[in-house]
Design a protein. Structure first.
Length: 175
């Protein structure tokens, strides 16, 4: 599989919304490891904001978007309560958000390619670490992050208890 990762463009928004909806439809029928819900997260607005902020990247295979993520310098408020291994200003940290892989391309290397890209891009951007949060029961994602060298830091409440998502594990990869 030939995966090309590039900065998302406004012309990608409709296809990203379709990817988010396809993934949420799939999660509704299968095991919903991340706890996402159609119309709540991720939504078209996440794609619009990521493209507007020039921090949304798309993974394409044969010209079709098969995955995406956002690399932001803005942490969740709960990140400030965590005991990180190093205290960095968030201008020196990327936070991974809205990390998605189309259900037809799960277990095909798209997720690993996106994480590898994040690491390479972060090194080129001279940031000191990459941080992320993952719902505590999302074992497939946790296995991927740990395989890619991310270290568990802490478990926090991101305020999503209304959706049944009480605890999130924080991970960091020092670069």
């Amino acid at each position: 599989m030939n995966i090309i990762i590039e900065l998302g463009k406004p012309s990608d928004i409709d296809e990203l919304e379709e990817l988010y909806n396809d993934l949420n439809d799939y999660l509704e029928k299968e095991i919903n490891y991340p706890g996402w819900r159609k119309g709540i997260y991720p939504t078209c607005q996440n794609a619009i904001d990521g493209i507007k902020n020039c921090n949304l990247y798309v993974a394409k295979n044969n010209g079709k978007i098969v995955g995406s993520l956002i690399l932001s310098h803005e942490p969740e408020p709960a990140y400030y309560k965590a005991n990180w291994n190093f205290e960095f200003d968030y201008s020196d940290v990327f936070v991974i958000y809205t990390f998605v892989v189309h259900p037809n391309f799960l277990k095909c290397g798209v997720g690993k390619a996106l994480i590898d890209f994040s690491i390479e891009h972060s090194i080129k951007s001279k940031v000191k670490s990459i941080r992320l949060d993952v719902y505590e029961n999302n074992m497939p994602a946790i296995r991927l992050y740990e395989k890619c060298g991310f270290k568990y830091i802490d478990t926090v409440d991101l305020g999503l208890g209304n959706y049944g998502l009480n605890w999130f594990r924080l991970y960091e990869k020092i670069l």
